[in-house]
Design a protein around this ligand. Structure first.
Ligand code: SF4
Ligand code: F3S
Length: 104
């Protein structure tokens, strides 16, 4: 599966949702997640993210992100259409530690 990681938080560009063939992105207030069981591993969303927030779970240390994506994709509504990024998107792109500081 692919997963949405830390750098989506407070950016939420949403370019990713338009290209997903199985509509498996889900939207929270500050970030999106991918449902790991619905993702078919096509990889087309990865280069679409301006914040480079989408990673394959084959990279090291991705297990906590898979669980994060699974947990919230089961609670949040699906998103299939691009919308405006969050107003904080540019200033927050690349800021570290966003999960601890801004996600609650
Ligand atoms: Fe959707 Fe493909 Fe991205 Fe998985 S890898 S979330 S199926 S676009
Ligand atoms: Fe987030 Fe990147 Fe999609 S910032 S909303 S994963 S395009």
């Amino acid at each position: 599966t692919y997963v949405v990681t830390d750098n989506c938080i407070m950016c939420k560009y949403t370019d990713c949702v338009e290209v997903c063939p199985v509509d498996c992105f889900y939207e929270g207030e500050n970030t999106l997640v991918i449902h790991p069981d619905e993702c078919i591993d096509c990889g087309v969303c990865e280069p679409e993210c301006p914040a480079d927030a989408i990673r394959p779970d084959t990279e090291p240390d991705m297990e906590p992100w898979v669980e994060f994506n699974r947990t919230y994709s089961e609670q949040w509504p699906v998103i299939t259409r691009k919308k405006d990024p969050l107003p904080t998107a540019e200033e927050m792109d690349g800021v570290t530690g966003k999960l601890d500081k801004y996600f609650s």
